[in-house]
Design a protein around this ligand. Structure first.
Ligand SMILES: *[C@@H]1O[C@H](CO)[C@@H](O)[C@H](O)[C@H]1NC(C)=O
Ligand SMILES: *[C@@H]1O[C@H](CO)[C@@H](O)[C@H](O)[C@H]1NC(C)=O
Length: 150
């Protein structure tokens, strides 16, 4: 009987206990977390020889969505430049140009993190979440290459 009532009260308390755990990532701005949109990073190694995590991410924009995609990516650049993410060491974005000097619709983003965890934290930041949410309507295809400085 005592056991049952302990069990019951711990079950009743459980949701409050979960809610009391501080959120690991800042997903402020009143929006919900975007953890459900996180890409699966388990295929990447847990460490690299440099210890850092650096990516070349090549993106092809959906025709007509250039300005929107550039806005979402610039927002991330600015977020990182603000110093909000000390574990994001590099975040640079470029648009590719053809030999005629005109944009081709392809972009490359160079991202460098202190470690794999920092990459995940970056994606869950308010600016990263916005990319995870809006990306599917702006991006036709993307390829992510893990690189390692030597
Ligand atoms: C919150 O997010 C919305 C939608 O992304 C954006 O328009 C708004 O500027 C953000 N507000 C703040 C205070 O960051
Ligand atoms: C990604 O790779 C696939 C297969 O090689 C290719 O068809 C696609 O154009 C690439 N996309 C970008 C943005 O590089």
């Amino acid at each position: 009987m005592l056991f049952n009532s302990l069990l019951l009260s711990s079950l009743l308390l459980f949701p409050a206990w979960v809610a009391a755990i501080p959120r690991q990532y800042d997903v402020s701005n009143g929006t919900q977390s975007c953890e459900d949109l996180l890409p699966d990073a388990s295929a990447f190694p847990d460490t690299t020889s440099s210890g850092k995590f650096m990516f070349f991410i090549r993106v092809q924009v959906i025709e007509g969505k250039q300005a929107e995609l550039e806005d979402v990516i610039s927002n991330i650049d600015n977020f990182v430049k603000s110093g909000a993410e000390p574990d994001t060491l590099t975040h640079r974005s470029v648009r590719e140009l053809g030999q005629d000097g005109n944009p081709t619709g392809f972009y490359t983003v160079i991202e460098e993190f202190t470690d794999k965890e920092a990459f995940i934290t970056h994606l869950l930041s308010p600016a990263g979440c916005r990319l995870l949410r809006e990306g599917p309507s702006l991006i036709a295809s993307q390829n992510l290459t893990l690189v390692d400085e030597f």
